[in-house]
Design a binder for this molecule. Structure first.
Ligand SMILES: [Zn+2]
Ligand SMILES: [Zn+2]
Ligand SMILES: [Zn+2]
Length: 179
């Protein structure tokens, strides 16, 4: 979808709630779509404060991000930092995330095999899938290298995981099971 079309669609969404695309809301919208980064509401607010443009209060930032989220224009991700991370999804190719527990880095990945397997799993259950979000939690390559060896214990008693799995993979797998 083209940017103008996305903005029109946001405008329609707002009209449905008897809200207008004010200069403040428009600024939040434009900024959210001007980045491919993942951002928290606080980070986002800091960007707006540092950049020129109509003044937007913190409350308006939170409320407008909430509206963008409700309308499906952005998506949120719990990166385990105690605050949600956002990114725009409309006009951006689907992908899933790996979140580093040590440095907070968020890596994106996309694997057609995983996507296809999910659809197969749903078809088997007669489940109509609308969307999904994978969040793999562990340690990025840089942080995994710095992990102390006693983290081997983190592999737990899952003997099957064996020697080939790095502790990061084991952590990610464990975290996945908890979800
Ligand atoms: Zn996916
Ligand atoms: Zn890391
Ligand atoms: Zn992403």
């Amino acid at each position: 979808m083209k940017h103008d079309a996305i903005r029109k669609s946001f405008e329609r969404f707002l009209r449905g709630r008897e809200l207008k695309l004010t200069p403040q809301r428009r600024r939040v919208f434009e900024r959210a779509f001007a980045t491919h980064e993942h951002f928290s509401a606080e980070e986002f607010y800091a960007w707006l404060r540092a950049e020129p443009g109509p003044k937007v209060s913190r409350a308006t930032v939170y409320r407008t991000l909430g509206l963008l989220l409700e309308g499906g224009f952005i998506q949120s991700l719990d990166a385990g930092r105690g605050e949600l991370i956002y990114e725009h999804v409309v006009g951006h190719r689907h992908h899933d995330h790996m979140v580093c527990l040590a440095c907070g880095k968020i890596e994106e990945f996309h694997d057609e095999r995983i996507e296809a397997l999910q659809h197969e799993a749903c078809a088997k259950k007669g489940f109509q899938i609308v969307s999904h979000a994978h969040r793999l939690v562990g340690y990025c390559r840089g942080c995994a290298r710095k992990l102390p060896l006693e983290d081997e214990a983190a592999r737990g008693d899952d003997t099957g995981a064996g020697t080939s799995a790095t502790s990061a993979q084991a952590e990610a797998a464990l975290e996945d099971q908890r979800d």
